[in-house]
Design a protein around this ligand. Structure first.
Ligand code: 3PG
Length: 211
């Protein structure tokens, strides 16, 4: 059984070198390995595959076999998702929010969880259970950089991974905050580039992330 603190430790450690997690919405299993390879080779080994497409679990399975890839499952909403993602080979779970059932099940299944929170009360609640790295979603409309700056004064022991409205243009503003070790976003991998199998463009956008 993994503790909440160990969950946050694991995800912080996995993302410490890259600091950016590409958020992927992929349904075509046949392109999964090429996409993962492209991102790993471009210096983005941590990949969040959202459970928003019918074939997302097969995509996770294919990507998890790519050397060097650390595949996370995103949009994890319930216990069923947790066991499915674990079987598919996901190394950690990302949820837009959190429920008691989700937290308990992830712990029992030994799956590190990045739970979501956007209010002081939600943050305090998760921090009380031992999490010290939280997803801040949807970041832009929940106050963005200013909100995270404000949380760092009363809640300095909690760190955040903002997603939702993070872009190449504003990621530096987020990452310069002391309580933001990592950000996530979908801007590196557009549906058009996936459709065109434009690995060159995806690689260029991933490599353009200069930390
Ligand atoms: C997520 O699931 O984390 C977000 O939908 C990603 O948001 P973005 O598309 O604005 O980057």
């Amino acid at each position: 059984m993994i503790t909440s603190k160990q969950s946050s430790d694991f995800i912080l450690d996995s993302t410490k070198d890259t600091r950016v997690i590409p958020v992927l919405v992929v349904d075509d299993v046949s392109i999964a390995a090429d996409l993962a390879r492209t991102l790993v080779d471009a210096g983005m080994p941590v990949l969040e595959v959202t459970l928003r497409t019918p074939n997302a679990l097969q995509v996770i399975e294919a990507m998890a076999k790519v050397d060097g890839a650390i595949v996370a499952a995103g949009t994890v909403l319930n216990e069923k998702h947790i066991s499915q993602c674990k079987s598919a080979g996901a190394q950690f779970l990302v949820s837009p929010g959190h429920t008691d059932a989700l937290i308990q099940c992830a712990a029992i299944e030994d799956m590190p969880l990045l739970p979501g929170a956007v209010t002081a009360s939600e943050i305090m609640r998760l921090s009380d259970t031992g999490f010290h790295l939280l997803k801040f979603f949807p970041a832009a409309i929940s106050g963005g950089v200013n909100a995270l700056k404000a949380f760092s004064a009363p809640l300095p022991h909690v760190q955040f991974c903002p997603t939702g409205g993070v872009s190449e243009q504003n990621m530096g503003d987020y990452l310069s905050l002391p309580n933001v070790p990592v950000v996530g976003g979908s801007w590196m991998v557009t549906q058009q580039d996936l459709h065109d199998k434009n690995w060159k463009m995806i690689s260029a956008k991933a490599q353009a992330v200069n930390l």
